[in-house]
Design a protein around this ligand. Sequence first.
Ligand code: ZN
Length: 448
Amino acid sequence: MSIYPYIAKRLIFSAGDRFLGTHIVKSLNELEEKQWWEPEKIKSDQSDKLSKLIKHSYENVPFWRETFNKLKLTPSDIKTKEDLKKLPVLTKDCIRKNLSRMLAANFPKKRFMEQHSSGSTGEPVKYYIDKHHYSCNVASMLRFWKWAGYDSGMKWVRLSLWPHDRLLEKLYDRLARCLYIRVFGMDEEAMAKDVQRIRKFKPEIIRGYASATYLLTKYAYEHGIDDIKPKAVITTGDMLFSHYRKLMEEQYNCKVYDTYGGEGTMIYGQCEHGSYHIDDNNVIIEFLKDNGNPAEPGELANITITCLNNYSMPFIRYNIQDLGKARSGFCSCGRKLSLMGAIEGRNSDIITTPENSHLIVHFFTGLFEFIEGVDQFQIVQKKLDEIEIKIVKNDKFTEDDVQHITNTIKKGGGQSLKIIFNFVDDIPVQKSGKRRFVISETKPQLGS
Ligand SMILES: [Zn+2]
């Protein structure tokens, strides 16, 4: 038996914490204990954390102090999850308009870690986290991974969008036994190479965006490749359709564990029994109807998050613009963390180009979330060789952005793809209440 997992846990991860000034190992140990707590204890711990966050927000964050004052509330009015309804729901638009006033005044500038997100709705937003939040969130993610069978020191594949070629990143991958695969434009040639690398590496865990993992699995399936044998697949980032899960489970003969988070906060992970557990130790989730009232379990609702750890920029009752359903009762795995259904209404179509390259949701989110001149975007493909990009721009948008968007899409999707820019005032929401941002109407669609 390899002693690498032991060394990895004892030395590498602890050393990483010391080097980065984080506390991931400590937080993970705490979370592993807390998952077995009784519901009353989980709730009272959650309320304690909420009270501290609210007091801090009132005392140090101008936006929240003004909000409280306007509503004639004081921190003592918000002590539990049920009290949160006294506060308004926070929207992306509100964050964009008030960003500087949403930052904690008692935090030195160098402690803010800038983040970008466009979630699943095509509305980029910039926000900030701190090292405490980062540590708690990575620990939350690792706890979910452990449910899937991951342990430190295991060989794992990570499918992601970002370039990953700095020396420090490569060193980290080496130590963490990670094969990093960048899924940028997924054409036949790139997928053949990626699948070969995975075969050679022999991973125990494969972790990636649901769509990208599915595409590679489909490639392996169609080419009769059957020697990739992970113990589990962990998906994240976009919607895990049932046909994605079915193919992956059949191809690898292992379970697929879905995880979900947004705006730097883990929200749910699947346990061995397949239930979707909310991380009540780090986040409060409310399921709200459009009128703001709480939805019943089983009723499709707006998901709002109150992250209990981000003191640099508190997210309180933030509407993450995903839809889901609460579930009542407890899972037979013994964990008393509350339950919900899988995310619904996340639309993650894939754009297939004439060169047969596949551009997944994260290709576009990764491109647009760093362009500050874009308030909203939507990609519509009606013909194979043409996409329309609808953009709601603001005054930071420049001609250079047009060039950058064009170049990046052509680099990933091929030169023959025609790109039409359409600047609009608004992008209407779907009947579901979601604003789909990648819509492909061409045939053949991937999977069915
Ligand atoms: Zn469970």
